[in-house]
Design a protein around this ligand. Structure first.
Ligand code: GDP
Ligand code: MG
Length: 169
């Protein structure tokens, strides 16, 4: 069995976009679905000599729901999926949204991630222009988790993500 790296974080931070970029495949799992899916999605990553399964976790949100009002049940479901993914993972990539900033759900997710005691890398996504980087990342320091600013959409720092992930699986 390959080592497992789980992508976790609240909905809409860019997990599925990162998943697709890291797999170097264009699997349109964020589009064309008439609802939400709560399942975990697996994809095999090959980075040089390193092979592992990358897992994309739940709470897939429709593009039209830019700022989704999530029901309590749905939030619970997302956390259940994320918790299961964390349990089975060897390492965790915890994704937050630098544009939106730190939210209560991020703090809650960070707590789950920390409690697992597993190696974790936090990606501050949507840092699309380097001029905003320091400003967008500042408030995430309080979580006390090692992080990298990235842009899944533009590919910024994804080489560095590959390097770091390769080292901790
Ligand atoms: P998920 O719910 O965490 O899987 O998030 P998605 O991958 O579905 O992305 C949510 C939204 O954020 C989509 O509209 C993406 O196009 C957008 N998005 C993802 N990555 C970036 C990024 O690096 N920059 C910007 N500006 N938008 C992004
Ligand atoms: Mg998704």
């Amino acid at each position: 069995m390959l080592p497992i790296v789980a992508l976790v974080g609240r909905p809409n931070v860019g997990k599925s976009t990162l998943f697709n970029r890291l797999l170097r495949k264009s699997r349109s799992i964020t589009h064309d679905l008439p609802g939400v899916t709560r399942d975990r999605i697996y994809g095999e990553c090959i980075m040089g000599e390193t092979r592992f399964d990358l897992v994309d976790t739940g709470g897939m949100v429709l593009e039209s729901e830019a700022t989704p009002e999530l029901s309590k049940d749905f939030e619970d479901e997302i956390f259940e999926q994320a918790q299961e993914a964390i349990n089975e993972a060897n390492a965790i990539v915890f994704v937050v949204d630098g544009k939106e900033g730190l939210t209560p759900l991020d703090r809650q997710a960070a707590e789950f991630v920390r409690r697992s005691g597993k190696p974790v890398l936090m990606l501050i996504n949507k840092v699309d222009g380097s001029e905003f980087e320091a400003h967008m990342t500042a408030e995430f320091h309080e979580l006390g988790i090692e992080f990298l600013p990235v842009s899944a959409a533009h590919g910024y720092n994804l080489h560095e993500v590959r390097d770091r992930v390769r080292r901790f699986v």
